[in-house]
Design a protein around this ligand. Structure first.
Ligand code: NAD
Length: 458
């Protein structure tokens, strides 16, 4: 772990990482494979330690930690290892007749030194999944875990230098000040996951050096649900996606749009679904998480007054427990409908019909994810063609993350750029154009001056 004490220290640190990159060792295929295998080893050797840290930070159960953090990172590593040779192959492209004879290729080269800044809600996954892409692409990396998940941050800062090339991959722990110092330095890519307010700070810092940037942000991800679906089955999927990690998931359904009739019927199914997942008293469920800190506990608890409570229990400040809650009859201008909730409260807002729902969604910033529960293919088409979001999923929420071929990223205020699967590799690579043309025969003579009358006619 590297502790930063000043911007000067950050400058020295990044310079040392850049020196390592300049030696060329990270660009070698063997190094990339070795680092990915080492990362895999690090995770598998220390699963229990990581699970304990996630439990300490977020009350995350070991099973949830496996499913949503450890398993995803291991899956990404395996996917990268399996496909790296293909990704590294030069891609031949055709050469137009006028430029022939010649050979043209696209080659992916590393960008250089990447800065990865992670948030607290999936503090291991969101630090290491981008790292997989950065390593596969042959970059040196500066990693900044979130200070709001201190146990996970410490575990990462302790383990990474032991398992990985500690000169080329460095972890800097710290909060806004340390991140600010890091952001004053020059990188070849910045990959930030977190809220849009800090996203703007990161983008401004990147702009100073014209540094390419990925912003994985959040926002309010809506669910639209109509009467063509089995509401009981839908309620179960919605409750699972919403209350996973106590609602602290960037692609968690934020609110539900439905007609009054559908809403009325859905209420009881959601209550039953919550009981099915977490028992009669979720506070005693080993599978239900906690709010990350007191600040977020107070922020999320305040939303409990914003509608008619359908499924609830008592929040418990000392353990930062907020029960899985459904709020019905929520006004469109209620506070809970303004900012991303990022907690286990699910407001339901009444719409008159599909058009009303589409207009509502389109009047707000483009979401990271949009979910439509409907069997009606025309309605699905309306969502596909007339809304814009990072991802659109039908009859399921969150699961799109498990498909490596799908880009994971936002649009508009929910972010820019995407990763997972090959896109993680592409994000941290430059696609270099390569053209090679023999000097003889000189086919270009035709386009060289002087532009004689004969040439003009060609
Ligand atoms: P956070 O508070 O941990 O902040 C993220 C990172 O920014 C941290 O590493 C933190 O140290 C740093 N930071 C904080 N203040 C800073 C400042 N003033 N200057 C520079 N750096 C600073 O996490 P968060 O932002 O609360 O994360 C939650 C948000 O992230 C939600 O909006 C959520 O939707 C979004 N999110 C998005 C994704 C995605 O993949 N798109 C995933 C998870 C979370």
């Amino acid at each position: 772990m590297t502790a930063l004490t000043s911007a000067t220290a950050a400058a020295q640190l990044v310079a040392s990482v850049r020196d390592v990159y300049a030696t060329g060792r990270t660009t070698k295929r063997e190094w990339r494979v070795e680092q990915l295998n080492a990362l895999r080893q690090m995770v598998t050797d220390n699963e229990e330690l990581i699970e304990k840290a996630l439990f300490s930070d977020l009350g995350k159960s070991a099973t949830e930690a496996q499913l949503t953090e450890i398993g995803i990172v291991l899956g990404d590593i395996d996917y990268a290892l399996k496909n790296l040779s293909d990704w590294l192959k030069p891609q031949k492209v055709s050469v137009p007749l006028a430029a022939q004879p010649a050979k043209a290729f696209v080659v992916s080269e590393p960008l250089g030194v990447a800065l990865i800044i992670a948030p607290w809600n999936y503090p291991m996954q969101l630090l290491l999944a981008p790292l997989v892409g950065a390593l596969a692409a042959g970059n040196a990396v500066v990693l900044k875990p979130s200070e709001l998940a201190p146990a996970t941050s410490e575990v990462m800062a302790t383990l990474i230098p032991v398992y990985l090339d500690s000169e080329a991959v460095v972890v800097v722990e710290g909060a806004a000040q340390e991140t600010g110092w890091l952001l004053e330095q020059n990188y070849d890519h910045i990959f930030y996951t977190g809220n849009g307010r800090v996203g703007r700070i990161v983008a401004a810092a990147a702009a100073k050096n014209l540094t390419p940037l990925t912003l994985e942000l959040g926002g309010k991800s809506p669910i639209y649900i109509d009467d063509t679906v089995d509401l009981e089955a839908a309620a179960e999927r919605i409750a699972w996606a919403k209350y996973l990690n106590a609602g602290q998931t960037c692609v968690a359904p934020d609110y539900i749009l439905a007609t009054a009739e559908v809403q009325h019927e859905l209420e009881a199914h959601l209550v039953a679904a919550i009981a099915g997942l977490y028992g009669a008293d979720p506070m005693n469920s080993p599978d239900y998480g906690r709010i990350v800190n007191d600040h977020h506990f107070a922020r999320v608890s305040a939303y409990l007054a914003d509608g008619r409570v359908v499924a609830d229990g008592q929040p418990h400040a000392a353990s930062r427990y907020i029960p899985p809650t459904v709020l019905a009859d929520v006004r469109r201008d209620a506070p809970v409908m303004q900012e991303e909730i990022f907690g286990p409260i699910l407001p339901m807002v009444t719409v008159t019909d599909l058009e009303d729902a589409i207009a509502f969604i389109n009047s707000r910033p483009k979401p990271l994810a949009l979910y439509a529960f409907t069997e009606n293919t025309l309605v699905r088409r309306v969502f596909t063609e007339r809304t814009s979001s990072g991802a659109l999923a039908f009859n399921v929420a969150i699961l799109h993350l498990s498909v490596p071929g799908l880009p994971f990223g936002g649009v508009g205020e929910s972010g820019m750029g995407a990763y997972r699967g090959k896109r993680s590799f592409d994000t941290f690579s430059h696609e270099k154009a390569i053209l090679a043309k023999p000097l003889k025969p000189e086919t270009l003579a035709l386009i060289f001056p002087p532009f004689t009358e004969r040439k003009k006619k060609l």
